[in-house]
Write a protein of this length. Sequence first.
Length: 381
Amino acid sequence: MRVALNLLAFGPRAGGVGRYVRELAPAMLAARPDLELQLLAPRDAPDWLTALADHDRVAMTRLRTLSHAPHMLYPTQLGAIGFLARRAGCDLVHGPANFAPLVGIPTVVTVHDVMWVEHAELAGFSPVASRVWRDLTRMCTTTARVVIADTHATARDLQRLLSVPARKIDVVMLGAGIDVTATPTKPDVLRARYGLDRARVVLSVGQKRPHKNVETLIRALRDLPDDVVLVAPGADHGHGAALERLAEELGVAHRVRLPSWVSDEDLEGLYGLATADVQVSLMEGFGLPALEAMQRGVPTVVSTTPALVEAAGDGAEVVAPLDHEAVAAAVRRILDDSRWSAALAERGHRRVKQLTWAHTAQKTVAAYDRALSPTSRAADG
């Protein structure tokens, strides 16, 4: 079986969807010796994507499109790559982030979340962009033979908001454990680089978008000891200035660090420094950052957002996303009660062991098999 992966929107800062492909592709190759992958990549493909092509069952076609140029991306993703994939001998195209060709070849699409349908502003979308994504995603899920959702919460949203039939959806939870290859930046270097001195670090990894709800963490700082500093690394999609203003207004700007993209080495080092990790998104499709913190033994707090609760299981403390006092209380307990902190970290470890990329890979390849089955072809025709 030869499968093309539509990675044209995967640039140097692909975020969570980049992590998805980065972990999933090698795991699928290990799971199925008969699987070959054709990577359809943009001109500005990141190094990790180029490295995937070193595998003897992987080939990469680098197109002229740029990952950040929508006027080039959409026509190519929805049309041309179907014929390119077929010409390369592929049986199927998988769109790991919503979009796959509408013609030319059978498709599978993964839709990680649809928060931008009902809550465009919170997701960082303009009304126009939300409508465009809604219409294009609906077209792609309509023509796809199988639609993959990360959680049952997302599957329900797909049925409710995009009218995707339940029979077409496969729920495939993401793997939590990642193969850590980066050497962590040394603590003294990190403390100097981010102005941390002797601070206790509360970490919150994620792109700077309204739905990530870093505002609640900034408000919670007022109820935490003065030596606690919030570090929230992640690409800024236009929301960073609002977070900085809020921190200034609340008088806690000196205790907030909002770096943009950080290296893998710095991120590993920050996990090592962190006393607690907090992810209190208002909406979420899965929540990989919380699980990656749990893997590294960092006691973790998540919001009651359904997908986060589903992904974290009993491995994290759960709080209401807008209740900054409850967030502060959960962090304070981690800071003050070493026995509780250790127990929470152990629960996180146990949960991570239940979610493996090998399992994700097996179920994803099973979705490919289902898409290419005679039954699926008949329904398609």
